[in-house]
Design a protein around this ligand. Structure first.
Ligand SMILES: Cc1cc2nc3c(=O)[nH]c(=O)nc-3n(C[C@H](O)[C@H](O)[C@H](O)COP(=O)(O)OP(=O)(O)OC[C@H]3O[C@@H](n4cnc5c(N)ncnc54)[C@H](O)[C@@H]3O)c2cc1C
Length: 246
C-alpha cells in the first residue's frame, strides 16, 4: 500500500516553457532506478494524482522529476506552478518494472527515449549496474527542437567517465542542427544512422529499453520485431522492455 509523504519543493527548473525539472526534499526511501512514484496536489476542489519516474539515483535525500507541461492537463500545469518552499504529496514505495533487473543480459544496451522519457535512464545511468553488465550503452534522446534536449551536462559527465563504453545520440525532428541526428527513431534505425553514429549493432544480441511517446514506442517495437527482437516478458525473456507514459 502506498504511503503519502508531504514533501517540500527545493526547486523547479524550467529548461523551456514546456519542460521542467521538479526537485523535492524526501526521505531516502528505497527504490530501483527506473521506477516511478505518484505526485498529488489539490487542484481546485479535486485531489489529483499522477505517476512520475524518478530521475535521481537511489539513495538520494531528494526526489527529482522531469516533466512536460501538458496544455489542458489537470496536474502538470499545477506542478509547473510550484516554487521553492511549496508542499506536495509523494507516494512511496516506488513501483514499476521498467528496471534493469528485469532486462536480460545482452551484447549492448540501447536506451531509446523521446522527451521526458529520458528520465528513468538518468537514474539508471547514475548507478553501477548498467556499466558493470553491458559492454556498450547507447542513450538515444529524441526531441522536436534542440533546446528540448535537457540534461546534456549530466550526460556529458558519463561521456567522459565511460568514454569507449557509452554513446549519446541526440535526435531532433523539427530542425536540423549540428551534433544531432535529424528525424525520428524508427526511420533512423531503418536507415542504420543510429547504428553508424554509435558504431554499435542493433540485433537479437542487443537489449533495448523504450520510453516516451506512444507512437514512437509502437513503431519502434514493430520495427524491432522485424529485426528479430522480441518483447521482454518475465515468463518469456526477450529483447525489448517498454514503459508507456500515456
Ligand atoms: C509509469 C508512468 C510514469 C510517468 N512518468 C512521467 C514523467 O516522468 N514525466 C512526465 O512528464 N510524465 C510522466 N507520466 C505521465 C503523467 O503521469 C501524466 O499523465 C502527465 O503529467 C499528464 O498529466 P495531466 O494531469 O497534466 O494531464 P491529463 O489531464 O491527465 O491529460 C493526459 C494527456 O496528457 C498527455 N501526456 C501525458 N504525459 C505526457 C508527457 N510526458 N508528454 C507529453 N504529453 C503527455 C497525453 O496526451 C495524455 O492523454 C508518467 C506516466 C506513467 C504511467
Amino acid at each position: 500500500m502506498a504511503n503519502w509523504h508531504i514533501a517540500e519543493v527545493i526547486s523547479n527548473h524550467f529548461w523551456t516553457d514546456k519542460l521542467f525539472s521538479l526537485k523535492v526534499r524526501c526521505p531516502a526511501e528505497k527504490f530501483t532506478a527506473g521506477q516511478f512514484v505518484r505526485l498529488a496536489l489539490q487542484v481546485g476542489d479535486k485531489r489529483v494524482q499522477r505517476a512520475y519516474s524518478l530521475v535521481n539515483p537511489p539513495g538520494s535525500d531528494y526526489a527529482e522529476f522531469y516533466l512536460t507541461y501538458v496544455d489542458d492537463g489537470l496536474l502538470s500545469p499545477a506542478l509547473a506552478a510550484l516554487t521553492s518552499g511549496d508542499q506536495i504529496e509523494v507516494s512511496y514505495p516506488a513501483s514499476g518494472f521498467f528496471t534493469l533487473d528485469e532486462v536480460p543480459d545482452g551484447d549492448n544496451l540501447w536506451l531509446l527515449a523521446t522527451g521526458t522519457g529520458v528520465g528513468p535512464y538518468l537514474s539508471m545511468l547514475a548507478t553501477q549496474e548498467p556499466w558493470q553488465r553491458f559492454k556498450h550503452i547507447i542513450l538515444v534522446h529524441a526531441a522536436r527542437w534542440a533546446n528540448e534536449l535537457s540534461y546534456t551536462q549530466l550526460i556529458g559527465q558519463w561521456q567522459q567517465q565511460y568514454a569507449g563504453q557509452f554513446s549519446y545520440v541526440p535526435v531532433v525532428s523539427r530542425e536540423s542542427v549540428p551534433d544531432a541526428l535529424y528525424g525520428r527513431i524508427p526511420a533512423l534505425i531503418t536507415d542504420q544512422q543510429l547504428q553508424q553514429q554509435s558504431e554499435q549493432k542493433l540485433d537479437s544480441h542487443s537489449q533495448v529499453m523504450i520510453c516516451g511517446n506512444p507512437d514512437m514506442i509502437k513503431d519502434t517495437k514493430a520495427l524491432l520485431e522485424t529485426l528479430g527482437l522480441e518483447k521482454n516478458l518475465r515468463r518469456k525473456p526477450g529483447n525489448v522492455t517498454v514503459e508507456q507514459y500515456w
